[in-house]
Design a protein around this ligand. Structure first.
Ligand code: SAH
Length: 268
């Protein structure tokens, strides 16, 4: 068993990226990518216990890609979306597969007010936060928001012409009045149900993390979010797949630091 002490995994700014773990919640979001990179399913280690997650391996150029899908919830049959499954999947995947970079990939909501359109793909910028952990006690209020750092991927975003934004996570698909206020305060422009919990685990284990999110719905559109989501899931998952392949190709022969700066421009 590859037991790894958290402290033994160091931030890997200058190490070449060789293995990337892509954590995804829904099977429908993952399917186009798994087909495109011809990924092979691989069993989880027995020591991990009877977990519902599905692991897939592929080579993309010289890079090892590990796609870890939350899989179906045993009790309810639907995909294990939300923060619990994401954290557990992220933990077991990082512990056993030792990626140099972990990506929270999936669909998300955006805002027309920010110039966002259905199918836009975002790269996380700066930090990921929670918008529904409301704890009005000193210290715990900020703990609730989380604010976990993400890798500076501004060079990656520019090169692939992707938008960048702060990603905010909560356990509801809709947006309550209180959520709206928290999101306005954080300045987030991408709303999902997994990224912040994956970022928390990544920070604990010292693994560089970023999020890639394709927009399925506009939170400030009059049509209900769930209705938009169902109508746009296929289109957004396709865009997500195309982008993820480009991101994996971009990572080959690069370090984490190279995602922020163009080496050839002489910038450091
Ligand atoms: N009701 C859907 C279930 C998934 S929706 C269905 O019919 O299949 C939520 C998933 O998409 C989550 O994994 C979440 O990360 C993402 N998502 C898409 N739009 C979102 C939004 N507006 N708010 C929060 N999460 C969103």
């Amino acid at each position: 068993m590859t037991a790894v002490a958290a402290a033994s995994i160091r931030p890997m700014q200058s190490r070449p990226i060789r293995t990337v773990a892509v954590i995804m919640a829904m099977r429908a979001e993952a399917r186009p990518l798994l087909d495109e990179i011809r990924a092979n399913e691989r069993e989880l280690p027995e020591t991990a216990g009877p977990l519902p997650f599905q692991w897939y391996d592929a080579r993309v150029g010289g890079l090892n890609a590990v796609v870890a899908v939350n899989g179906a919830d045993r009790r309810h049959g639907v995909d294990g979306i939300g923060t619990q499954a994401a954290a557990l999947n992220a933990y077991v995947t990082m512990l056993h597969r030792r990626p140099d970079l972990v990506i929270s990939a999936g669909t998300a909501g955006g805002w027309a007010d920010h110039g966002t359109q259905i199918g836009d793909v975002f790269v996380s910028r700066d930090r990921v936060v929670f918008h529904d952990r409301r704890i009005q006690l000193p210290g715990f209020d900020q703990y609730g928001v989380g604010s976990y750092p993400v890798v500076d991927a501004s060079h990656l975003a520019r090169s692939l012409r992707l938008k960048q934004g702060i990603v905010t996570t909560g356990n509801s698909l809709d947006e309550s009045h209180d959520d709206r206020q928290a999101i306005a305060a954080s300045g987030a422009s991408v709303k999902d149900m997994e990224a912040a919990s994956i970022a928390w685990v990544a920070e604990l284990l010292g693994v560089p993390m970023l999020a890639i999110k394709a927009i399925t719905d506009l939170v400030d559109h009059p049509t209900a979010t769930a209705e938009q989501f169902v109508a746009n899931l296929d289109h957004a998952s396709r865009r997500l797949c195309d982008t993820l392949v480009q991101v994996l190709e971009f990572c080959e022969d690069r370090t984490i630091a190279d995602l922020a700066h163009d080496r050839s421009s002489g910038a450091k």
